[in-house]
Design a protein. Sequence first.
Length: 137
Amino acid sequence: MVRIIVFLFVFFAGLSIFSQSDSASCLFRIDTLTQIRYCLLCEKMAEPLGGMEGLLDTITSNLVLKDQSTIEGKIYIAFIVDEDGEISGERTLRNPGYKDLYRQVIIIIKNYKWNAAECKGKKVPSLFILPINVCYR
């Protein structure tokens, strides 16, 4: 019985910590790559101007695959979206060896328009992690 009560307390305490409300304060961190202060928990997260579907359509229609018979895997790309919607500090968190593909995706992301994250009504830098499934045969 004590374990159930402790679990419920931890569970509901966690819900209140991670719930986003108008009175919630934003959580900031320092990016170790760029030394930029960014918002980790924002009231409104950064997003591509045309939405995720528009960004992924742009990526898939602009990729050029050179002499690759089969490419399969998942790439995780992280970057900072600043207050003006500009991209910096791009890096790969997981890349199964497709460096050319990664470079192409970074160029597309940097040229895409982004809406900045917001915290307490102000635009703030934020960390964005983009997972991309790659399956080309």
